[in-house]
Design a protein around this ligand. Structure first.
Ligand code: BEZ
Length: 221
């Protein structure tokens, strides 16, 4: 059974969090959103990830992206764990700049296909994998990434993909390998040369290839 697919409406679930009970769509409002799951509270990789997420939260805010984490423990555990996370950052603040969902019954983890069958807790129950869901202002799923519990994520990469998603939502372009904001982008293949000339007044340059097909077209967005 496939889980959530790109373009699906993201479930408007209700959940208890460190900022109280929320309904996801109300929490997101008209913003973009990023939901990232964690295997367990008080674990080392998760602690480094949440600490990093906290350090770069201004960058998500700048992009109009609301952050929300999830882990399979209680609100009380999350609040206590947050103190460790902030201490790891040498911060005086003890709360995180975004909420953590308490999925202690694993209901959301099951619903959203987030469990990692290879990692168990002390009772033999599966832990959550490291999922990332980016949700657009239309509440549709724009991107998902699924890492096993044993591999920590790269939050610079998450900001990079959000930059790409937000740019490609506005313009008929696609971002090439290892693209960073400010660099050239590709004109999408479905645009004719005439359309590309009108849409990209900064100009379009093509790379000639043996096939002779003029599909590798760069522009400055
Ligand atoms: C961790 O966050 O360190 C972790 C959690 C579950 C399995 C492996 C590592």
């Amino acid at each position: 059974m496939p889980g959530l697919l790109l373009g699906d409406e993201f479930p408007n679930f209700e959940a208890d969090t460190t900022i109280g009970r929320i309904k996801l769509h109300d929490f997101l409002g008209s913003s973009w959103g990023i939901l990232f799951s964690h295997p367990k509270d008080f674990t080392p990789v998760c602690t480094t990830e949440l600490a990093c997420a906290s350090r770069v939260s201004d960058e998500f805010e700048k992009r109009g992206v609301k952050m929300i984490a999830l882990s399979i423990d209680s609100v009380e555990d999350h609040r206590n764990w947050s103190k460790d996370v902030m201490a790891f950052n040498d911060a005086t603040e003890t709360t995180l700049p975004f909420p953590i969902i308490a999925d202690d019954k694993r209901e959301l983890s099951v619903q959203l296909g987030m469990l990692d069958p290879d990692e168990m807790d002390s009772e033999g129950l599966p832990l959550t994998a490291r999922c990332v869901f980016v949700i657009g202002p239309d509440k549709k799923l724009k991107l998902s990434i699924l890492y096993p519990a044993t591999t920590g994520r790269n939050f610079d990469e998450l900001l990079r993909v959000i930059d790409s998603l937000q740019l490609t939502a506005r313009k008929k372009v696609a971002t090439p390998v290892n693209w960073k904001p400010g660099e050239e982008v590709m004109v999408i293949p479905s645009l004719s040369e005439a359309e590309a000339t009108v849409l990209f007044p900064n100009g379009v340059t093509s790379k000639e290839l043996p096939s002779g097909k003029n599909y590798l077209r760069y522009t400055q967005p």
